[in-house]
Ligand binder design. Structure first.
Ligand SMILES: *[C@@H]1O[C@H](CO)[C@@H](O)[C@H](O)[C@H]1NC(C)=O
Ligand SMILES: *[C@@H]1O[C@H](CO)[C@@H](O)[C@H](O)[C@H]1NC(C)=O
Ligand SMILES: *[C@@H]1O[C@H](CO)[C@@H](O)[C@H](O)[C@H]1NC(C)=O
Ligand SMILES: *[C@@H]1O[C@H](CO)[C@@H](O)[C@H](O)[C@H]1NC(C)=O
Ligand SMILES: *[C@@H]1O[C@H](CO)[C@@H](O)[C@H](O)[C@H]1NC(C)=O
Length: 627
């Protein structure tokens, strides 16, 4: 009887030790030591304190440490079983900078996020296989230099935007290092030989600022002058070469035109017989004759003019069936591009959406007295444009619900152009006067896809920049880089106009101009987002929602294109309350101080970039002479 008791007693006696032993052992077992080296961040932050939003700093600091890890091991992410010890290591480091701040608790990071990333990509090889060798080489060319100054930084970050995968919001994957972050993590590890712990990389690629921001009113003024002069110069250049080309074309065309005119008027006789016949049954696009058009507009009566634009006049007209339409008559056309014009018009006509102005038909003709004609016929939207309502004489202030309706409708229309239409269409010239309102204030975006039909001569120049001052995205203005995200920028500017009642280019007096995007960013940055809102808007909604609109507008008008959301995401944010991603700091390529530009033009540039920056240099001389 006593025999079996002995082992039992023994067991009872040692069990507390076993338990202790077991817990300490298993803790070691499920927490593998962290492979990330937070020393990198410690070295950078020595003797300095982080400035700006703490959680943002923590997030970006972590990305920098991940970049160092990538460089050493070719792997983006630590294993998930080391996640806990990595957070603990980071916590220890961070508490040396800011005592008693629980980073996971206060910033809402989940433990496993540190081990998850963009579309589950873990290795360098995997990431590079998403990109062509050319793209990777271009990134290295742009980024393998000191990124301490704004201009090299802008060159580098602009090149990063071509890296894939591009999605910036993917909530299903741990968002500590989403696809946008991967670009910087990759570039700091492999494209820039200084490495992730270089101060230039930390500031440029990870937006880590350690020193308090200097008050820079003087610098700001200079910067604004640079912006204005750059845009002014571009416009001058555009106009100058436009005039020259038009004059040259006119001379050439006059001779050709005489021959062609006779042949075309014969042809038109035949076309007349086909009047009002649908050329494409699926889109019911109508090809009008010139006589139809003349009749509809009372022979282009001055009284029927409802708009004047760079492309030509817009007339109000009435079709034989009694429906009212808007007719846009392009200036200075030649018959040469008619085939592609007809094709483009068909593409545009096939795009139908409640927030897009519908195209009814078009007309091309050569007349004896008025030269070659191109006219498009659209539905008439009767309640004026957003620009008229915000800045024109159209009276009362729009209420908040109406402004929300306009913002959401415009976003939907543009999202359809970018993501719904086949092929997708980039608008290029989004501005208040291109957003028309119907009787119920439902917005309808006009003029999409029409930049291609600018008068001949001007097109050659304006392939570089077709757009309107104050609304054009910086990368498009500087590099001629045109993507859907240039439209997102212009949308952001329009949204800011809608919220603030201020114009895209705020004119203080003859010499001082500010971009509304810069002004709003300044307020948001100093925590005063609600001051962006125009005073006295009727029926203003909850301030939380109002602030969300401001943040979204600032994010959309971010100077770095990869920071901007897509129009699809904008719709989701406005419509379904999707959270707004954090707004990255701005390296601000356009408003770079003159000193930065001076330094950067003397360093080496890839041949493609010389032109825009030498232009800036020329401008610098101009500003110096004038001041
Ligand atoms: C440690 O982990 C391994 C595998 O993850 C497991 O097989 C082993 O039983 C664990 N040891 C202890 C003491 O928990
Ligand atoms: C990423 O990994 C998780 C878990 O391993 C899996 O459920 C998910 O489908 C993966 N996603 C992709 C895009 O591969
Ligand atoms: C990560 O995504 C969640 C939603 O899935 C969001 O609440 C959180 O703010 C995001 N965190 C960061 C750091 O972006
Ligand atoms: C987001 O992640 C999921 C899996 O986690 C993936 O299936 C999806 O394609 C991703 N979205 C984009 C736009 O990359
Ligand atoms: C970057 O430039 C340095 C010399 O300035 C060179 O040694 C290095 O190989 C380059 N790095 C890459 C990735 O091309």
């Amino acid at each position: 009887m006593s025999q079996p008791n002995t082992p039992l007693l023994f067991l009872l006696f040692i069990s507390p030790f076993l338990l202790l032993f077991h817990t300490s052992f298993s803790q070691q077992n499920d927490t593998v030591s962290c492979p990330l080296d937070f020393e990198v961040l410690r070295r950078l932050t020595q003797g300095l304190s982080p400035s700006g939003d703490q959680c943002q700093f923590i997030l970006q600091g972590l990305r920098l440490v991940q970049s160092d890890y990538l460089k050493r091991t070719n792997s983006f992410l630590p294993r998930v079983d080391s996640a806990e010890s990595c957070w603990q290591a980071y916590q220890t480091l961070y508490n040396q900078l800011v005592p008693s701040f629980d980073i996971r608790k206060n910033c809402g990071f989940q433990t496993d996020w540190i081990a998850k990333g963009c579309n589950n990509i873990t290795s360098r090889v995997e990431y590079e296989s998403n990109n062509s060798a050319e793209t990777l080489a271009a990134v290295t060319t742009a980024c393998n230099q000191s990124l301490l100054n704004s201009s090299p930084c802008a060159t580098c970050t602009t090149s990063l935007s071509s890296l894939q995968p591009s999605d910036s919001i993917n909530a299903t994957v741990g968002n500590v290092s989403d696809c946008t972050a991967y670009r910087s993590i990759y570039a700091a590890a492999f494209a820039n030989s200084f490495g992730p712990d270089d101060k230039g990389n930390a500031e440029c690629l990870f937006s880590l600022n350690f020193t308090p921001v200097k008050s820079s009113s003087n610098k700001g003024k200079k910067a604004v002058i640079v912006v204005i002069v750059v845009l002014g110069f571009l416009v001058l250049l555009l106009c100058g070469s436009g005039f020259w080309l038009i004059r040259r074309n006119k001379l050439k065309n006059k001779i050709r035109q005489r021959e062609i005119t006779r042949r075309w008027s014969d042809l038109n006789m035949n076309v007349s017989n086909l009047a009002l016949e649908s050329i494409n049954s699926s889109t019911t696009l109508i090809r009008f004759t010139f006589d139809d058009i003349k009749e509809a507009t009372k022979n282009f009566s001055r009284l029927n003019i409802i708009g004047r634009g760079g492309y030509g006049n817009v007339y109000k007209g009435v079709l034989p069936d009694g429906s009212e339409v808007a007719l846009k008559r392009f200036k200075n056309c030649s018959a040469a591009g008619d085939a592609s014009f007809a094709h483009e018009v068909e593409v545009i006509a096939s795009v139908r959406h409640v927030n897009l102005v519908a195209l009814r038909g078009y007309c091309t003709a050569t007349t004896n007295f008025e030269g070659h004609q191109r006219i498009i016929v659209c539905d008439l939207v009767k309640n004026g444009s957003l620009h008229d309502h915000l800045f024109g004489s159209l009276g009362t202030k729009l209420s908040w619900p109406v402004r929300q309706k306009i913002a959401l409708g415009t976003a939907r229309g543009l999202a359809y152009l970018h993501h719904g239409a086949q092929p997708s269409i980039i608008h290029r010239d989004i501005k208040g006067s291109n957003i028309l309102l119907d009787e119920d204030f439902e917005p309808k975006v006009a003029d999409f896809g029409l930049a291609k039909f600018a008068p001949e001569g001007v097109t050659h120049v304006s392939t570089r920049v077709a757009g309107t001052m104050g609304y054009v995205a910086p990368e498009y203005a500087l590099y001629g880089q045109l993507t859907e995200r240039s439209d997102v920028y212009s949308f952001g500017v329009v949204l800011l106009e809608l919220l603030s009642g201020k114009k895209a280019l705020i004119v203080k007096n003859d010499e001082q101009h500010t971009l509304v995007a810069d002004w709003a960013w300044g307020l948001v940055r100093s925590g005063r987002a609600l001051e962006v809102i125009e005073e006295g808007i009727p029926e203003l909604g909850s301030l939380e929602v109002v602030e969300k609109y401001v943040l979204l507008a600032v994010l959309c008008s971010h100077p770095q294109l990869y920071a901007r959301p897509t129009m699809d995401q904008v719709v989701k944010i406005l419509d379904m309350g999707l959270a707004i991603p954090t707004i990255p700091e701005r390296p601000i390529p356009l408003t770079a101080g003159i000193d930065d530009i001076e330094k950067s033009v003397s360093s080496n540039w890839g041949s493609g970039r010389v032109s825009s920056y030498s232009r800036l240099q020329t401008l610098k001389v101009v500003t110096e002479q004038s001041s």
